[in-house]
Design a protein around this ligand. Structure first.
Ligand SMILES: [Zn+2]
Length: 520
């Protein structure tokens, strides 16, 4: 995608001059602490070390190690909150409570707690709900600062956004636009499952992967105009096309219950709905724009328990067969003891056998995605065994609005893409229901981050984003007033300037201590 590719370049150049570093997310004490976590997900979180030694000639082990450290540290930072607050809570009637509490918070969470919440503890009880929400929001802020300033998910040289753009164009595409399901178990699709540089791919998530056709037409128009006006990513006379991909999902461990909620855990239905939406988008482009305008399509299935993909390639006529897919997991096992070149050949053969008349560029891209996915299959097997332990929902917070490009980790955030609360009531209700089980059942509030990004060079854009956040936050608090009144729903409002290489900006927070959020 044009804009983010350019942005990422800017991000990198600015890094060299960045003088203020965010509080580091990776702290030595953090990992050990997670083991003490008492929430249901704690036992299913990322374990301390590697479980196995699964290898494959095409697996990139060094990258796996780096990606694992990042995932483990980010999740540990969130999962560390409850055990730390328990420890602090036990001290609340001691003489030098505030000093002790801050010392523990600094050491274990990496930030200090708001003085006003601690200072009130002696009168009644420490307000654990406010404190918990505040800690989740501060951890989110540190996580964002780290993401935008340090580029922790940077890919190896040659595999970055520019390298991928070149490869993509050689395959015959100038844009890769992916719509996965909004389920938190697919949030790591781009960087982890497909091992692509996240800046080079447009990702827009929707419940059931049922992407909005009008929004996609708008994006397509923007991209094609960019080719005409700026020659980016290539000039309009280059014979490349816009590629739209949909990722549906299923569960191999518990197909009846842990598949896609939006399609009643029915895998065939999820795949079919994805294909229908892709066809409808292509038809919309062909009917709305003359001169042979068209796009290419790709359908990908993801097993959220093993992270293995299956790829449905379109045939020469652009038709996608739901029963014909290349299964990355089967190929991985088949080629685990081959040489790297034999394994690469086996992938190419499998793609050709599945869809003999697929366009060669499409086949090449599918081969690359499958090869990349091998690293993720090894990742899951090495760190989790045959499949993830947390096959269900275990998100740490809800994200509502638009943006959130820093969310590249599985099961970190429940995503509700929306412009208004009214249009997304179903998604939000599902999110609140999930967090009723995860948090409210244990007396903890549901942390919601409302986010609308803006373009700093567009006059009034930031103010509109701020108003938008306030409107959605108020509507959320009204819709779930029973929770909000008990302190069981807390909302942080944030925005981010998409035109700058900066982190997020905090706008308002129901905890009322937002000015100190982040602790630095
Ligand atoms: Zn889904």
């Amino acid at each position: 995608m044009l804009r983010s590719t350019r942005q990422s370049g800017r991000l990198r150049t600015r890094q060299g001059t960045q003088s203020t570093q965010p509080a580091p997310l990776r702290r030595p004490g953090a990992v050990a602490q997670t083991a003490v976590g008492t929430r249901s997900r704690a036992s299913t979180g990322l374990g301390p070390a590697r479980l196995g030694n699964v290898s494959h000639p095409l697996c990139r082990s060094d990258e796996n190690q780096r990606l694992f450290s990042y995932e483990r540290d980010v999740k540990a930072a969130f999962d560390n909150i409850v055990p730390t607050l328990k420890q602090i809570s036990a001290l609340q009637h001691e003489a030098d409570f505030e000093r002790q509490a801050q010392k523990i918070a600094r050491a274990q969470l990496g930030f200090e707690l708001p003085d006003d919440i601690l200072a009130d503890a002696w009168v009644t009880q420490l307000d654990m709900r406010r404190l918990f929400a505040w800690c989740v929001f501060s951890t989110y802020r540190n996580f964002c600062d780290d993401y935008y300033r340090n580029d922790p998910l940077a890919v190896d040289a040659g595999r970055g956004a520019e390298g991928f753009d070149t490869f993509l164009q050689a395959c015959g595409f100038h844009t890769l636009d992916i719509s996965p399901c909004a389920d938190g178990r697919l949030a790591h699709l781009v960087r982890y499952v497909l091992r692509l540089p996240q800046q080079a791919v447009r990702r827009k998530s929707y419940a059931g992967a049922l992407f909005d056709i009008e929004d996609s037409i708008q994006k397509w128009t923007e991209v094609e105009l960019g080719r005409f006006r700026e020659g980016l990513p290539n000039t309009a006379d280059t014979a490349t096309r816009y590629l739209k991909a949909v990722t549906y999902h299923y569960s191999s461990v518990d197909p009846e219950h842990q598949g896609c909620a939006a399609h009643g855990s029915d895998t065939a239905k999820a795949a079919q709905a994805g294909r229908e939406r892709l066809y409808a988008f292509r038809e919309a482009i062909e009917n709305s724009f003359c001169c042979g305008a068209s796009i290419d399509l790709l359908l990908i299935g993801l097993d959220t328990d093993t992270d293995a993909i299956r790829v449905h390639l379109p045939d020469a006529q652009g038709a996608i067969d739901l029963d014909a897919a290349v299964d990355a997991l089967a190929l991985f096992d088949k080629t685990a003891h081959s040489s790297a070149s034999e394994a690469a050949h086996a992938i190419a053969d499998a793609v050709r056998a599945c869809t003999p008349d697929a366009q060669s560029g499409m086949a090449q891209l599918a081969e690359r995605l499958i090869e990349n996915n091998f690293s993720q299959i090894a990742y899951v097997r090495n760190h989790h065994g045959a499949h993830y332990a947390d096959i269900g929902h275990a998100e740490r917070f809800i994200g509502a609005g638009v943006g959130f490009e820093e969310i590249q980790l599985r099961n970190l955030m429940y995503f509700a893409y929306l412009n208004t609360v009214e249009e997304a009531t179903a998604d939000l209700d599902v999110g609140i229901k999930i967090f009723t089980g995860l948090n409210v059942a244990h007396g903890l509030p549901v942390p919601v981050i409302v986010r609308f990004d803006h373009h700093g060079h567009v006059p009034g854009s930031r103010e509109r984003a701020e108003q938008h956040c306030a409107r959605v936050a108020a509507a959320m608090q009204a819709r779930f007033s029973n929770l909000a009144e008990q302190g069981l729903l807390h909302v942080l409002q944030v925005t981010r300037d998409c035109d700058a290489a900066e982190s997020i900006e905090l706008l308002a927070c129901s905890v009322n201590a937002h000015k100190q959020a982040g602790g630095h």
